[in-house]
Write a protein that binds this ligand. Structure first.
Ligand code: DQA
Length: 160
């Protein structure tokens, strides 16, 4: 990066009900709020030379619109995506990922493979660089590390 240039951006998308983190089923999702998670991610990204913007919606269409905008406006180099319940159901979100082709890491606070059988299937996983799940709020930190490592190595051409 040369002087005056904007830092490269990372988009964090949080799906339905994640706005309730902190009080939502704390035995599964922990007590950290979404605000605290986002604040920490901004700090960690800035320390690595990236700007980071988060967006939460309970609506599938709004998440897709935000993802498309990031691509069209070229505001993001990569994405952290916790699609929450849409992970398991949304062909539309899966298709949006395939269309925008931004390097994406799938994130879950809980270990989706150790829960109900319907959570073991992710429609978005095949479009992602990788998946981090089961580490609570730290899943986001690990995913950020993975994404930044990927972007720094400039391996854009090896996208799945
Ligand atoms: C989740 C796991 C999903 O199965 C669930 O629907 C969520 C949260 C997680 O972060 O652990 O809402 O994505």
């Amino acid at each position: 990066m040369t002087g005056g240039e904007a830092p490269p951006g990372i988009l964090v998308l949080h799906g339905p009900n994640l706005n309730l983190l902190g009080t939502r089923e704390p035995e599964i999702y922990g007590t950290t709020t979404l605000f605290a998670i986002d604040e920490e991610l901004v700090k960690r990204a800035a320390a690595r030379g990236y700007s980071l913007h988060s967006f939460q919606s309970n609506s599938e269409g709004a998440l897709i619109d935000r993802l498309q905008a990031a691509r069209l406006q070229e505001t993001a180099r990569g994405v952290l995506l916790n699609a929450a319940a849409y992970t398991h159901t949304s062909v539309a979100l899966r298709d949006a990922l395939a269309a925008v082709r931004l390097p994406t890491v799938e994130v879950h606070l809980s270990n989706i493979h150790a829960r109900e059988p319907f959570r073991r299937r992710s429609l978005i996983a095949p479009l992602c660089l990788g998946t981090i799940c089961g580490f609570g709020a730290a899943s986001y930190h690990l995913a950020l590390e993975g994404l930044i490592g990927y972007l720094s190595a400039d391996r854009m051409r090896t996208l799945p």
